[in-house]
Every structure is written in structure tokens, then in C-alpha cells.
Design a binder for this molecule. Sequence first.
Ligand SMILES: [Mg+2]
Length: 168
Amino acid sequence: MRSLWQWFFPRLFVNDLWEINLEELKGLGIRGLIVDLDNTLVAWNAYDLEERVLQWVEEAKSQGFAICIVSNALKERVTYFSKLLAIPGISKAQKPRRGAFRAALQELGLSQSEVAVIGDQVFTDVLGGNRLGLYTILVRPISRREFVTTRLGRIVERWILRRFNPHD
Ligand SMILES: [Mg+2]
């Protein structure tokens, strides 16, 4: 059973972006970040990006990280934030499928061992990242508002996270 469930376990589970130790990631050889959009950088379906999120992205950039948004959202929405943050973005990603993650690696010009995925969902961000062998970081969702299907996924997510032990 464990071998199946490990596909759903993130390498790291944090409350928010600021809990991610960027220095530590660099120490692991990570130089690029694939970041989810909805409920990771901004509340689901909202357009008001918090100033401190903008600052977080700027800080990561200044530390040398290449960043790319990978989102299942539509192009218009992803382009808006991609321009705002001045980072590339891939829309309609169909996570957990691997295609968009591969495209992001190309965009970043990095290999899979050099990139971490940051996202709020086990079934899209974590599963997709793990399938490609990327370092996966699960963050708590910014808002409780989301698709009904996502909410159903959360029930299973909680079950998985109760069993998550990073030192296992
Ligand atoms: Mg999300």
C-alpha cells in the first residue's frame, strides 16, 4: 500500500509560502520553482494579488530562482498573473498530467532534479510533480472557496496528510 500512497505524499508540507526555506532548497540543488496559481499565489478565482505575494516572488527571483506558473486555469487568467509577476506561465495544464510540467522544465531550462513544485492540491500539484520526480511542496490553500470537485478531493487529502510523516 505504501508504494501506492507515496505518489500522493509531498516532500514538504507548509502553512504558507513564507514557511518555505529558500536557502534550504538551494542547498538541495533546487534552482527553479513551478508554482500553482489558484489558492497558492492568489485566492481561487480572485484577481487581487497580495502585495506580500508579489514580494515573495521578487525575493525568490533575487535569490536566483527561475519561476514558472503552471495552472489548470484558463489562458486569460494565467497571463494576467504571469505579466503582473513577470514570470512565464502555462495555462490549461491538465495537472496531474505531466505534459505541462515538462513544458515548464523546458521554459526554466532546468532538469527535474533542480525544480520544486509548490501547490495546494495533492491530486494535481503533488501527484503531477511526484510523477516527474520533482521535489513537491504542499501549501495550505489560501481560501476555502474552490470547485466542488476540489472540495471532494480535500476529504481524501486530509486522510492522506494524517498519514504523512516527512521522516518516514
Ligand atoms: Mg491550486
